[in-house]
Design a protein around this ligand. Structure first.
Ligand SMILES: *Cc1c(COP(=O)(O)O)cnc(C)c1O
Length: 376
């Protein structure tokens, strides 16, 4: 028997206390009891998002909130600037195209960050762009983008800035109001330490104005309905009662620790992971590494697919492989949400064992010793 350790950048482990909370009896959502839960959650969620703007909750995976941001901002034929530096930036472009929104794509090489000057140039060349789409942490590459600088560029124009912070929120430093971010999208199964199934979206006044005139088709994800209900601490449709109850519990944990401490904890584990893999002689993939996930190049001669598979099936540790053209070429170790130094040590120890089995020459314990040194 193996103990399964989830070290992927989503889904992530859920604290035991939160699992128990979600096992509570279901309460009806149109009751004072549930409304009081939702009222607390709405308030705490804003704190966790570091924003004064309302944060709406949907019963969907994170992609639902990405789609919400598209169908509510635009009308057919409108133009968006999409920063595509990996799988998730690419997805924003796909959603836009599915709804007939014209896409100006800023293609960033995998592993590199989006350059704010380039965003500025593209906005100058295309003055009719209504929204700019970026990821905070591009989970497929492990890059965290410089949203502060990109926000400075976008907020001086009429366009709104939409940021996919599904994996970056609570892991990487992020100040949406200060940095001029209009819509922040997130999900439950990453830094929020919950099962998959909830999506979040915050909305600024500038963005709220834009949604007034949007005529793309929408129904479940109609933000006008969601905002109206949110003002009354209600939801237009049946909310995911159990997950919201878990969210209530998770937000207490996060806010009690304090946002800055939560981010600092992620930064520490990220640093430990990076230094430990370097001590094993491996190379990092990302030019501006996120605190959520570390991407590592698969060394020459090693089968990257086998590494991830053996880690999962033989060591009980789920890490992530590369996606698309980087399948088999990189692997990704998360340090996100409910993970601690001993999870990181386990991941590093497992990687040393499996790499050795796959023919890579490393002295066992090199990476682990580095991790211990940095954690002590
Ligand atoms: C996980 C993730 C998503 C996808 O979310 P789903 O919950 O699978 O729909 C989108 N963007 C980023 C950056 C992610 O990490």
């Amino acid at each position: 028997m193996n103990k399964n350790r989830l070290m992927s950048p989503g889904p992530t482990p859920v604290p035991e206390k939160v699992l128990l909370k979600m096992a509570d009896t279901i309460i009806h959502h149109r009751t004072p009891q549930f409304q009081s839960v939702l009222k607390n959650v709405n308030k705490k969620l804003k704190e966790a998002f570091c924003t004064k703007n309302p944060v709406l909750i949907f019963a969907s995976s994170g992609t639902g909130a990405m789609e919400t941001s598209v169908v509510n901002l635009f009308s057919k034929g409108d133009k968006a600037l999409v920063i595509n530096g990996g799988k998730f930036g690419e997805r924003f472009g796909e959603i836009c195209k599915a709804y007939g929104v014209e896409v100006v794509e800023y293609k960033v090489a995998w592993g590199e960050e989006a350059k704010p000057e380039k965003v500025e140039k593209l906005l100058k060349e295309n003055t009719d762009i209504k929204a700019v789409y970026s990821t905070l942490c591009e989970t497929s590459t492990g890059v965290v983008n410089d949203i502060k600088s990109i926000g400075k560029v976008v907020s001086s124009t009429g366009a709104v800035l939409v940021v996919d912070a599904i994996s970056g929120l609570l892991a990487d430093e992020f100040k949406p109001d200060e940095w001029g971010v209009d819509i922040v999208v997130s999900g439950s199964q990453k830094g929020f330490m919950l099962p998959p199934g909830l999506a979040f979206l915050s909305i600024s006044e500038k963005a709220a104005k834009m949604i007034e005139t949007s005529d793309l088709p929408k129904f479940y994800f109609d933000l006008k309905a969601a905002i109206k209900s949110n003002l009354k601490d209600d939801t237009p449709w049946t909310p995911a009662v159990s997950l919201i109850s878990g969210l209530d519990s998770v937000l207490d944990i996060v806010l009690e620790e304090g946002l800055e401490n939560v981010v600092a904890r992620h930064a520490k584990l990220a640093n430990v992971t990076r230094e430990a893999v370097k001590a094993m002689g491996l190379e990092l993939f990302s030019e501006r590494p996120s605190n959520a996930v570390t991407s590592v190049k698969v060394p020459e001669g090693v089968d990257g697919g086998a590494l991830v598979k053996k880690m999962r099936d033989e060591q009980g540790i789920t890490i992530a492989g590369g996606q698309a053209e980087f399948k088999g070429k990189i692997f990704r170790i998360a340090h996100l949400g409910y993970m601690d130094g001993y999870d990181t040590i386990a991941a590093i120890a497992g990687i040393e064992i499996v790499l050795t089995q796959l023919g890579y020459k490393v002295t066992l314990g090199k990476g682990v010793a580095k991790a211990q040194e940095l954690l002590k």
